[in-house]
Write a protein of this length. Structure first.
Length: 256
């Protein structure tokens, strides 16, 4: 698989994580970087300030703030959760991110149970997804799917298209196609985007160049029709699929 093809679905899967973990579907919205507690995500003032730094992508400062919280209160689930994000997305230190994410959800469930009330459920759904994504970045795809199962038991919408990538990496191509199909059936923009990109990658990985070409073409057409339009990754992936299908003129025109 080409580096571009990997990048394509990784970006799309990241969108799924953001949308589902934030509760963008089915949960109340968030104030832009506000320190005030969100519905379903209360916390101590220092914890909320640290989370604000995560959301503002000030991840070095977030790591420092999380470390201060843990030094003072080692049992702070949110302190560990902030550190998980800082190590994961700020330093690409996936083992440490996983350690803190698992510690965060362990402490959180000790306090609130495995089926937490709505008053704190936004933190829980975020933690479930962070553990899943940390496993994914360590190539622990079976573990990622197991955490997706936990999420689907508790929250809506289901992970659906986000499951396509780990299933593909496990070479369970039929199951990956079904996951992408479930994403398409939702009609939700981010699920459709992920599903179409997933099908492009799945067919390429499965060795069906013609099916990959058709899927990547559909993904590119969808991207062009979206508000943001097609980006370089969309164009490059389609060009890659066209090249693999020996449609060299089309591949060249796409990149001009």
């Amino acid at each position: 698989m080409s580096p571009f093809r990997v990048l394509m679905l990784a970006i799309a899967s990241g969108l799924a994580m953001a949308a589902l973990a934030s509760g963008a579907v089915g949960a109340q919205g968030m104030d832009a970087f506000g320190v005030a507690a969100e519905p379903g995500a209360p916390g101590e003032p220092d914890e909320l300030r640290a989370w604000q730094l995560v959301r503002a992508k000030k991840l070095v400062e977030a790591r420092e703030a999380g470390a201060e919280i843990i030094a003072e209160r080692p049992e702070s689930a949110l302190g560990h959760f902030v550190l998980a994000h800082a190590y994961h997305y700020g330093e690409a230190n996936f083992p440490r991110a996983l350690h803190h994410a698992e510690r965060a959800i362990e402490l959180f469930e000790q306090e609130h149970g495995e089926f937490p009330p709505a008053t704190v459920s936004l933190w829980h759904r975020r933690m479930l997804f962070e553990v899943a994504q940390a496993h994914a970045d360590l190539d622990h795809y079976r573990d990622q799917l197991a955490w997706f199962d936990r999420f689907d038991e508790l929250y809506d919408p289901d992970t659906a298209a986000a499951r396509a990538w780990p299933l593909m990496k496990l070479r369970r191509f039929d199951a990956a196609r079904r996951a992408a199909g479930e994403g398409l059936e939702t009609g939700q923009d981010y699920q459709v985007e992920i599903a179409l990109n997933a099908l492009c990658a799945i067919e390429f990985e499965a060795g069906d160049d013609d099916a990959s070409y058709a899927a990547c073409r559909r993904a590119l057409q969808h991207a062009k029709a979206s508000p943001g339009g097609a980006n370089a990754v969309d164009l490059t992936n389609f060009a890659e699929a066209a090249r693999a299908a020996f449609r060299l003129d089309e591949a060249e025109r796409t990149l001009l």
